[in-house]
Write a protein that binds this ligand. Structure first.
Ligand SMILES: *Cc1c(COP(=O)(O)O)cnc(C)c1O
Length: 247
């Protein structure tokens, strides 16, 4: 990266942070987190934002990227990795061993909860439980991951009630990927909010404690308006992704 690239990255980052803050204030939303989605981008870029005080980064390839990056950046002690990719059963052990893994946002079934509960090492993580988000397929498109909106209550209950799960895992909230051509009334975001309300109503979990991870580069502003507490922004910070260079 040359100097212009560095300046551009920092400017994009500041611009997105400002926009997040502006919309949060406008709609009286407090503490909306910004997750910088660094997938396919070099560790150098992550380092630059870390130096600017940023801590939350999102990745979605366990083996190829997250493991490698977390090792290369092991000295950045306060980094908080969000895993936002699809979960293959045979990679869960690997994923659970990633240093500074903060949350797995894409859990969609009980078996995956069981496996994380089994793989998570409480001692190694200073007695901190692994944060879990349940991904909901709010648009119910077949191609999309996530559980059916009607099934998320049961999954959350399992996460907070099952002996093994509750010992190792902390239910943090719900996640969805909005439809890229959503209408202004944002049915995906509304659906996730309804799921959250339903969970609070039917469990002892306080409504305010349930986080919602929704909103990406093209729709983080409406997402905040509709109640997102954590937006995942990639290309608007790091620039377009070039998948052709990957091997
Ligand atoms: C890549 C990705 C993002 C970021 O997408 P942008 O459009 O680049 O902001 C957010 N969430 C998930 C799950 C992703 O895979």
């Amino acid at each position: 990266m040359d100097e212009t690239d560095v300046l551009e990255l920092i400017e994009n980052y500041k611009n997105i942070k400002d926009r997040v803050e502006y919309v949060s204030n406008k709609f009286d939303r407090r503490n909306v987190a910004l997750v910088a989605v660094s997938k396919t981008k070099p560790v150098e870029m992550i380092r630059i934002l870390y130096e600017k005080g940023h801590r939350h980064f999102g990745e979605n390839y366990v083996i190829q990227e997250l493991i490698q990056k977390s090792e290369e950046l092991a000295s950045l002690n306060e980094i908080k990795w969000h895993y936002i990719g699809s979960i293959q059963s045979n990679k869960i052990k690997h994923l659970a061993s990633v240093k500074n893994l903060y949350v797995v946002e894409t859990v969609e079934k009980k078996e995956v909860l069981d496996k994380f509960a089994k793989s998570w090492d409480l001692e190694k993580s200073n007695n901190t439980k692994l944060n879990i988000m349940i991904q909901v397929n709010t648009s119910q498109e077949e191609s999309k991951s996530g559980c059916h909106p009607n099934d998320c209550l049961e999954l959350v209950k399992y996460c907070v009630e099952d002996e093994k799960c509750k010992e190792k895992l902390n239910f943090l909230g719900l996640m969805t990927i909005g439809s890229p051509n959503a209408t202004e009334d944002q049915p995906d975001f509304k659906c996730l909010v309804e799921c959250k309300n339903n969970i609070a109503k039917n469990t002892g979990i306080p409504l305010e404690s349930i986080q919602l991870s929704m909103g990406m580069s093209h729709d983080f502003e409406p997402a905040i308006e509709f109640g997102s507490t954590s937006v995942r922004v990639g290309s608007a910070i790091f620039g377009d992704r070039d998948y052709s260079k990957k091997n």
